[in-house]
Write a protein that binds this ligand. Structure first.
Ligand code: 13P
Length: 251
């Protein structure tokens, strides 16, 4: 498949940040999203802000940062796919490295969440990425391949599957992987996806995440097989997020 057939997706992951007051940022983000007609934009605030964000986002899809694999039940503190949908969510991030570390989520759990989210019709962003020690040991491609093998469902229908490559050492550190490193890893991910899913693997969007900012976005979006970005800190304000959306539109 031709790279130009995959629209770029710029998704903001607010992590445990934001407030009702901060939803005012969504007006300018929505305006930029409308102007960047060739780009898909999404924002993933904390669970508590999803409903309010939907009403303020002017049609920009709003997502969650996690979901439970089960539909309902005795799982205190967890949120199901059906609940997210009722709140108006159109997408969900699963397997973020912060959840893999803080909540000890395994590949198998991430896969179960991805299966539930896709079956529910949500666009599902599955995150993978190596630690600094794994990269220094030259194991980064092997580690990410294993995460993909364990975290992605074999079959899905309903929602769209998206992969986000987020090297852990680049998250929130101001250190970005070089375009060379990103190209190398995204090619490896693309090869793994097409080996596993055939033509469907060529249609899966692969996002880069890790200290994406206005200053480095254009350079990253120019890399082959970079189909957008998952943006943390720089998605919290329109002033920082809008230039990234514009860079994707110009790519
Ligand atoms: P930063 O953009 O803050 O480095 O976060 C990246 C990330 O983890 C997005 O999911």
């Amino acid at each position: 498949m031709n790279v130009h057939d995959r629209r770029k997706l710029v998704a903001g992951n607010w992590k445990m940040n934001g407030s009702l007051a901060q939803l005012k940022e969504l007006a300018a983000i929505a305006e930029a999203a409308r102007a960047a007609a060739s780009v898909d934009v999404a924002v993933c605030p904390p669970f508590t802000l999803i409903s309010a964000a939907v009403t303020r986002a002017g049609g920009v899809p709003v997502g969650a940062q996690d979901c439970h694999a089960r539909g309902s039940g005795a799982h205190t503190g967890c949120v199901s796919v059906a609940m997210l949908k009722e709140a108006g969510a159109k997408l969900v991030i699963v397997g973020h490295s912060e959840r893999r570390a803080d909540q000890h989520e395994t590949d198998a759990e991430v896969r179960a969440k991805a299966e539930a989210a896709l079956a529910g019709g949500l666009t599902t962003i599955v995150c993978v990425g190596e630690s600094e020690a794994e990269r220094e040991a030259g194991r980064h491609v092997e580690v990410v391949a294993a995460q993909l093998a364990g975290s992605l469902p074999d079959h899905w229908s309903g929602g769209e599957l998206v992969v986000a490559y987020e090297p852990i050492w680049a998250i929130g550190t101001g250190r970005t992987a070089t375009p060379y490193d990103v190209a190398d890893m995204h090619h490896a991910i693309r090869a793994a996806l097409t080996a596993r899913f055939g033509d469907a693997g060529g249609r899966i969007r692969i996002l880069y995440g890790g200290s994406v900012k206005a200053e480095n976005a254009a350079e990253l979006f120019a890399v082959d097989d970079v189909d957008g970005a998952l943006v943390g800190g720089a998605s919290l304000t329109a002033a920082q997020f809008v230039p990234i959306i514009q860079a994707a539109a110009g790519a």
